[in-house]
Design a protein around this ligand. Structure first.
Ligand code: MN
Length: 132
C-alpha cells in the first residue's frame, strides 16, 4: 500500500496536459504526493479536500484565472500560509507585483527551468513548514 498519508502533498493546477506532465516529471524525485487540477473550480475543490502543503498555479486557466483562484484561497485562513508558485506563459512589466498582490509566494515564467524548479519547490516547502 502506498503511504500517501505521510507524503507531502503538492497540488499542480495546470490546464495544459503536456505542461502538467513536465511539472510532474521535475517533481518526481521529490517523493511528493502529487495532486492535479485542470481549472479553477477543480483547484479550489481539491485544495479544500486535500489541504496541500504547496500549490503550483498556472495563471492562464480556462474560466477563473490562477490569480482569482489564489485570491480565493488566501481568503481562507487554512491557506493563508500555503506557498503558491505562479506559472505564467508571458509576463509583462508590473505583472510580478500583480501576482504577489494576489497572494502568490513566487512566480516562474514558462517554460520552467527543469533543474531549478524542483529546488524552488523544495525551498518553499521548507520555508513554509518552518513555523513562526
Ligand atoms: Mn494555462
Amino acid at each position: 500500500m502506498a503511504e500517501s498519508g505521510s507524503q507531502v502533498k503538492v497540488l499542480i493546477v495546470e490546464d495544459n496536459p503536456l505542461n502538467m506532465r513536465l511539472i510532474e516529471m521535475t517533481l518526481r524525485t521529490g517523493g511528493y504526493h502529487l495532486l492535479r487540477a485542470a481549472d479553477g473550480e477543480d483547484a479550489l475543490a481539491m485544495a479544500r479536500k486535500e489541504k496541500p502543503s504547496l500549490i503550483i498555479m498556472d495563471i492562464q486557466l480556462p474560466g477563473m484565472s490562477g490569480l482569482e483562484v489564489t485570491r480565493l484561497l488566501r481568503r481562507s485562513p487554512e491557506f493563508a500560509g500555503t506557498p503558491i508558485i505562479a506559472l505564467t506563459a508571458y509576463a509583462m512589466k508590473g505583472d510580478e507585483t500583480r501576482f504577489l498582490e494576489a497572494g502568490c509566494s513566487a512566480y516562474v515564467p514558462k517554460p520552467i527551468d527543469i533543474r531549478k524548479f524542483p529546488k524552488l519547490v523544495a525551498d518553499m516547502l521548507s520555508r513554509g513548514s518552518g513555523g513562526g
